[in-house]
Design a protein around this ligand. Structure first.
Ligand code: GLA
Length: 361
């Protein structure tokens, strides 16, 4: 059989931090950078995986079952395992991956790897599945095979991203809607140079604290609580602060939807900066480097707001910039950050790009 290809982009979370596993709402965008996969079927039951920039070959044998190994190939192997559990008839194949997405920047290289694998494998071994179910299969690979309890945001953004659009995901309704990006605005992602690793315990700890808050409030998820209700409740201070981030983020997402529908980029940017403040004060998932980047970015002419993006605890910030000023903002931010912290940041000017679905059409 001839070769098949797939592409899955990384994503940038724009608003709605840590809301996805609380049945909440999120705004994100797919970015131009991502992971490309090329593959072909084999005549036996072996899976042979290679990746540019990583030495060696990862192999597995479907007839012996797939096990987690604690290396990069857990992501593609996890997807294969979950596809099989969902009923796909997957046989042996070879795949080669090429990424132009910075790893550990909080831009979901893991979801891009999962989605690139899922699309490639379902092309090699046709299996009828809706795009949302494919996202859920990828998420299960990460939750159950790799062992990271992430929500659905990353996989949905990588699949449903649309050029010049923000992706609105409602995790309770399980609905996805593209909303036009504010005209004249672009995105600037700046990686702090300090890696972020979701396998660290902080992510799961925050998740547990959110679940504890919901339980104490007597609701299925924090989505069911407004900030006003939260403030009126008797909760331990730490749990209340964590929950305040989630209720505030959900409310900011709904305000941002109104701003986006009115084409008001400036208001959207202000909500992004408010989100970062809440990360600092309530959720404690920022770092001094991310705080420095945000403070520097929002001082620049042409930057309308900035916040950390993704899980936090390292990684990158995202800023909303006037398109023609983006390069100047990028230059100023990296220079001033170096001066202030001694760290080298990398800037990636971006626009909302197509997701894996749109790429294939
Ligand atoms: C990571 C997770 C997502 C989401 C974000 C925070 O990116 O993978 O599911 O929880 O953190 O919003």
């Amino acid at each position: 059989m001839s070769e098949v290809h797939s592409f899955a982009p990384g994503r940038v979370e724009l608003l709605g931090n840590h809301t996805d596993y609380n049945a909440g709402v999120v705004l994100s965008a797919a970015i131009q950078m991502g992971i490309r996969a090329t593959g072909k079927k084999r005549d036996d039951s072996r899976i042979v995986l290679t990746s540019e920039g990583i030495d060696g070959t990862a192999t597995a044998d479907l007839s012996k079952g797939l096990q987690r190994r604690g290396s990069w190939d857990d992501y593609p192997l996890g997807v294969v395992e979950m596809l099989r559990q969902a009923g796909a008839n997957v046989g042996g194949f070879e795949a080669h991956f090429v990424a132009d997405l910075p790893l550990g920047a909080g831009l979901s290289s893991s979801a891009a790897l999962e989605v690139a694998t899922a699309v490639l494998v379902t092309r090699l071994f046709p299996f009828s599945v809706s795009p949302l179910d494919l996202a859920k299969i990828c998420r299960r690979a990460e939750n159950e095979f790799v062992g990271v309890s992430c929500g659905l945001l990353d996989q949905v953004s990588s699949i449903f991203g649309r050029r010049d659009h923000v992706v609105f995901l409602d995790c309770r309704a399980e609905s996805v809607e593209p909303i036009p990006f504010p005209p004249g605005f672009g995105l600037l992602i700046v990686h702090s140079g300090v890696k972020h690793a979701l396998t660290g315990g902080e992510y799961n700890e925050r998740r547990d604290q959110c679940f504890e808050a919901a339980k104490r409030m007597g609701v299925p998820a924090l989505r069911d609580v407004t900030t006003a209700q939260l403030e009126a409740a008797e909760l331990p201070d730490l749990v209340k602060r964590r929950a305040r981030h989630i209720t505030g983020e959900n409310e900011r997402v709904f305000s941002a939807l109104a701003a986006l529908r009115a084409g008001d980029g400036d208001q959207f940017g202000k909500l992004m900066t408010a989100s970062h403040r809440s990360s600092m004060e309530n959720f404690a998932n920022s770092t001094p480097e991310l705080d420095a980047l945000v403070e520097i970015a929002i001082r620049q002419d042409g930057c309308h707001g900035a916040r950390l993006t993704g899980g936090g605890f390292g990684g990158a910030i995202v800023a909303l910039t006037e398109i023609e000023k983006t390069d100047a903002v990028a230059k100023a931010v990296t220079a001033q950050y170096l001066e202030k912290t001694g760290n080298r940041a990398t800037a990636y000017p971006c626009v909302a790009g197509p997701g894996a679905l749109e790429t294939q059409q």
